[in-house]
Design a binder for this molecule. Sequence first.
Ligand SMILES: CC(C)(COP(=O)(O)OP(=O)(O)OC[C@H]1O[C@@H](n2cnc3c(N)ncnc32)[C@H](O)[C@@H]1OP(=O)(O)O)[C@@H](O)C(=O)NCCC(=O)NCCS
Length: 209
Amino acid sequence: MQAKIEKISPLSALAIKNIDEQENKPVDFLSFREKLSFANISHPEKRKEWKGARLAIKSALDAINLAYPGFYKDEHGKSYPMDGYGNVSLTHTKGLAAAIFHKEMPVGIDIDYVKEKVVRLGPKFLDPSEIEFLQGDPILYTIAWSAKESIFKCQGRKGISLRQHILLSPFSSDDKVIKGKIHNTDFADHYYSVKVERIDDMIMTYTIW
Ligand SMILES: CC(C)(COP(=O)(O)OP(=O)(O)OC[C@H]1O[C@@H](n2cnc3c(N)ncnc32)[C@H](O)[C@@H]1OP(=O)(O)O)[C@@H](O)C(=O)NCCC(=O)NCCS
């Protein structure tokens, strides 16, 4: 997947960065607390991922002409803008970091490589009705995994099981948007639309409104 910056709407944008190309980029826009957090990451790969994701948020915000407010994490690990305006989600995987921002609505984003073993892991994160329509295809399984991770990140609470609480409607490899819901919780059902982008063996999904 190529690095890109995409304005999704006047209120929302996403950016994907190649983390190896970000090493020498300045991060003087980070808040004091973020600079401290960054200084405390010792693992070199984790440092690159963390920095790449923050540079991705910065580019997404630039695309919709918003200043970088600094972000903090809640007790579940979900990031929020320090000025209280807007919603963000981050993901990183081998070589790539991505971020999505929406000024008004919650968002979730995820990137994964297609791997054969995802089919074997299916019963851990899929409902039997989903296993039926995914037909043992590793690409469809990876899309399902990624879409559920995006929905999970969009709502952000721990205690939501991908298998028991997030249910996807049937989809095929041609579908660019798939539907899902969070159900079987103490709260009313929540419905989500998830955009799917696939390039070779890489799947990116993100929630849209
Ligand atoms: C939290 C979780 C979504 C992170 O996903 P991941 O694939 O490990 O990692 P990604 O690179 O895609 O995403 C990492 C980012 O997720 C974000 N994140 C962490 N916890 C989060 C939460 N509760 N809500 C929203 N975003 C969260 C963070 O910003 C993190 O980036 P950072 O550390 O640089 O700040 C994942 O670990 C998880 O808990 N998934 C669902 C739970 C589950 O059921 N898992 C097992 C089923 S078999």
